[in-house]
Design a binder for this molecule. Structure first.
Ligand SMILES: NC(=O)c1ccc[n+]([C@@H]2O[C@H](COP(=O)([O-])OP(=O)(O)OC[C@H]3O[C@@H](n4cnc5c(N)ncnc54)[C@H](O)[C@@H]3O)[C@@H](O)[C@H]2O)c1
Ligand SMILES: N[C@H](CO)Cc1c[nH]c[nH+]1
Ligand SMILES: [Zn+2]
Length: 427
């Protein structure tokens, strides 16, 4: 973990390295994924199954997981885990319920009626990564807003485990959230199947969920055939802190995101050099008993830093420049700063809003923009699963009043057929 003083060459070099972290799409991967997409488009389920055998090393126990296997996973799961997920579901649903956008209708005295209708997408594909990154919490964070938005059907795809079986914890989360169908298929082939549809896997309107470089590249290449959520990169946390912060808390929170990935980034900007030194000591002490110590060490070495800043204003300036996925404010009177924090996926205020609270439980979504894209992207939410359609009704009298303006603008644009469509109604 580097210690850096703000406003010097070290700060500039560190921020430049951070910007390079997410990297560009790899050319070789693009070629491989393009071929997989073409093959799935032309050969459907056969191609998907062949790739599963090739890349996952086993034919899955089921292609589509039968409904009773999903239900059994829930009934056989230990009750404490199920209860914890149900408690989280309640809080996540309560928060997302507030995001529901109302349709509206506007009726004028002259008989004109206009409106905007908001509806859920018909069918959504949810990618759940395999391996150690198969998080039941991410199933909740994707499926709950989709359900609230009114999505009619959620199709989940996920790679089988090494022995060909489904991940039981993922099935438990799927059952709790009302996921409709689950297919044991991963990688670019699963994304292509959701985008184009096969005989067995239904074509979806949108694909959401994180994945490795093959999954992310397939989503990028298929955008347009299908809508996608975002390309969520490696996790990030920025802690801004003053002398009131507890170094034990700061160290623990930084490592909570560093453990996700060797490419994760964990940064603290603080007005207190003592806090900086104590936090570095705490990291060294606490990491010894954490299971993913080597991942934490690598990500902190490559993309971790403690930056000492001269003022709260400089902390805010750096936070807005970095635009992190997660921003913790471990400072006195954190609400005083909220208004000036423009760029962050999700903000955690005060000494007890630890980032993992948001990953699992508080209510806001944990699928968030990364790599500085919080400058213009928003968290996943109900709006990610809806579309809007406007409608218009005019009476003859109302159109007569509007006629001259419309005809004038249309003719100025040289579009006489447009003008004609209005004029013929009054000839
Ligand atoms: N940002 C987030 O919120 C978040 C959350 C969870 C996971 N993740 C990310 O998801 C990723 C999970 O990766 P994973 O690999 O464990 O699971 P994954 O499900 O994303 O990928 C596994 C699939 O990759 C395909 N694949 C593997 N090797 C291949 C090859 N040589 N050629 C073509 N296809 C190949 C296979 O089809 C396999 O099923 C990680 O990068 C992790 O950081 C991000
Ligand atoms: N922090 C991750 C997103 O950056 C989400 C997650 C899932 N489980 C634990 N954490
Ligand atoms: Zn996390």
């Amino acid at each position: 973990m580097k210690k850096i003083f703000a406003n010097g060459t070290d700060e500039v070099a560190f921020l430049a390295d951070l910007k390079k972290r997410s990297g560009e799409t790899n050319k070789k991967v693009t070629e491989v994924v393009t071929e997989i997409i073409e093959n799935v488009k032309n050969n459907g389920d056969k191609a998907v199954k062949d790739y599963t055998l090739k890349f996952d090393g086993n034919l899955p126990q089921y292609y589509e997981v039968p409904r009773e296997v999903i239900n059994d996973a829930l009934t056989e799961a230990d009750q404490e885990f199920v209860d914890a997920l149900l408690n989280a579901q309640e809080k996540i649903a309560d928060f997302h319920q507030r995001q529901v956008e109302q349709s509206f209708i506007s009726a004028k005295d002259n008989g004109v009626i206009m409106g905007q209708r908001t509806r859920g997408l018909h069918r959504v594909g949810l990618y759940v990564p395999g391996g150690t990154a198969a998080y039941p919490s991410s199933v909740l964070m994707n499926a709950i807003p989709a359900k609230i938005a009114g999505v009619k059907e959620i199709i989940m795809v996920t790679p089988p485990l090494k022995d060909g079986t489904p991940n039981k914890d993922i099935l438990v989360a799927a059952a709790i959230c009302g996921v409709d169908r689950v297919f044991l298929s991963g990688g670019a082939q699963a994304i292509a199947a959701l985008a184009y549809g096969t005989e067995e896997i239904p074509k979806c309107d949108k694909i959401v969920g994180p994945g490795n470089i093959y999954v992310a590249t397939a989503k990028k290449l298929l955008y347009g055939v299908v809508d996608i959520d975002m390309i969520a990169g490696p996790s990030e946390i920025l802690v801004i802190a003053d002398g009131t912060a507890n170094p034990k808390f700061a160290a623990a929170d930084l490592m909570s995101q560093a453990e996700h990935d060797v490419l994760a980034s964990a940064i603290m900007v603080t007005t207190s050099e003592k806090l900086a030194d104590d936090t570095i000591k705490e990291i060294d002490r606490q990491k010894e008993y954490l299971s993913r110590k080597s991942i934490i060490e690598k990500s902190l070495d490559d993309y971790g830093a403690v930056i000492i800043a001269e003022s709260r204003e400089k902390c805010v300036e750096l936070a807005n420049e970095i635009a992190p996925e997660h921003l913790e404010v471990l400072m006195e009177n954190p609400f005083e700063l909220l208004g000036s924090l423009d760029n962050a996926g999700s903000i955690f205020l005060g000494h007890y809003a630890s980032e993992p609270l948001g990953d699992y439980y508080a209510g806001p979504n944990h699928v968030l923009p990364t790599s500085g894209t919080a400058r213009f992207f928003s968290p996943l939410g109900v709006a990610s699963f809806t579309k809007r359609t406007a409608y218009t009704y005019y009476t003859e009298d109302a159109l007569r009043q509007a006629k001259d303006d419309i005809v004038l603008i249309a003719e100025r644009e040289g579009l006489t057929a447009h003008a004609n469509a209005i004029k013929v109604r009054f000839e």
